[in-house]
Design a protein around this ligand. Structure first.
Ligand code: NDP
Length: 294
């Protein structure tokens, strides 16, 4: 079965739009997001435009703050402090990558975690690790939501995560191994967890044997055709995070054609994890708004 991220994301966008319409009907202000863009990297510009469009669709007010490549780290930090204390802004993101002369770590540390709707500050990551309420970064949050909406349980399952980046591999591994931190009776994203997780990376020996023991495989390596049919047991769930361009075509990290017949559930690329990532940013903005206006 195909895990249709595009369809689920549309469902969630409709839910967010409903909530924002209700706020408007009560005469309340709508959530406001700022997106900081430094320089003119074409891929970053596309991502930012997609985020602005997604916000407009659900009624979130979004503001693009563009700065030249030459901006100094100090000036950017001053802008971030200004956004931290701007009462009209509920959340903001700094589009990565930043130019080489600016430290991404320093910039991330400067963001107030309550406005960190990308969930990348050390405070939010630490809170996630400790199972405390936090803003969870968009891609892992989207994957968890996709599993929940298809009623795919993770309790006691062996999840293999390929990739150990701070934005995907590490946080999704952490989320799925947690004791569910909210006690919710029905199947919801917050009730997922309790998995046994193995994290693999480029130095892992015998990736195939490890994958063959997995009930769920999450691949986030940026390596086309990394996961092939001989590495997957029958009935496994496959989540393909990869985005690669091969011969002008967008593909993931999974040999979809041969793996799909063996899998119980599988995400396509495009149309799987990608749309869930963008919608998670919208959910995070709404979450930050509610905390801010509480
Ligand atoms: P990174 O490059 O930061 O991390 C890739 C990870 O994969 C590393 O841990 C690396 O190991 C591991 N890896 C690479 N090659 C292999 C291999 N042959 N065998 C085992 N492990 C391997 O990437 P990101 O996490 O940022 O992104 C991963 C992919 O997901 C990319 O294609 C990216 O474009 C995509 N992506 C998609 C998103 C979406 O919304 N769909 C959002 C974010 C990312 P090591 O640490 O040893 O180098």
């Amino acid at each position: 079965m195909i895990l249709n991220g595009k369809e689920i994301a549309a469902e969630i966008r409709a839910e967010i739009r409903e909530q924002i319409d209700a706020l408007k009907a009560q005469g309340a202000r709508v959530p406001k997001l700022a997106i900081v863009l430094v320089g003119n990297n074409p891929a970053s510009e596309t991502y930012v435009n997609n985020k602005l469009k997604a916000c407009a669709e659900v009624g979130i007010e979004a503001l693009k703050l563009a700065y030249p490549t030459e901006i100094t780290e100090q000036t950017l930090l001053t802008e971030i402090h200004r956004l931290n204390s701007d009462e009209t802004i509920d959340g903001f993101i700094v589009q990565l990558p930043l130019p080489d002369h600016i430290s991404e770590t320093t910039v991330m540390r400067a963001i107030d975690y309550r406005k960190d709707v990308d969930g990348l500050t050390p405070e939010n990551v630490g809170r996630t690790v400790q199972g405390l309420p936090s803003i969870v970064s968009a891609t892992p949050k989207g994957i968890r939501e996709l599993l929940a909406r298809y009623q795919i349980r993770t309790e006691g399952k062996h999840v293999v995560v390929i990739g150990r980046s701070n934005i995907v591999g590490k946080p999704i591994a952490m989320l799925l191994m947690q004791r569910p931190y909210l006690s919710v009776p029905s199947m919801s994203a917050a009730s997922l967890g309790d998995a046994t997780v193995t994290i693999c990376h480029s130095k892992t020996r015998d990736l195939k044997s490890i994958c063959l023991t997995a009930d769920i495989i999450i691949v986030a390596a940026g390596c086309p055709n990394l996961l092939t049919a001989d590495m997957v047991k029958d009935g496994a769930t496959i989540i393909d995070v990869g985005i690669n361009r091969v011969d002008g075509k967008l593909v993931g990290d999974v040999d979809f054609e041969h793996v799909a017949p063996k899998a119980a559930y599988i995400t396509p690329v495009p149309g799987g994890v990608g749309p869930m990532t963008i919608v998670s940013l919208l959910q995070n903005t709404l979450q930050a708004y509610h905390e801010h206006t509480r």
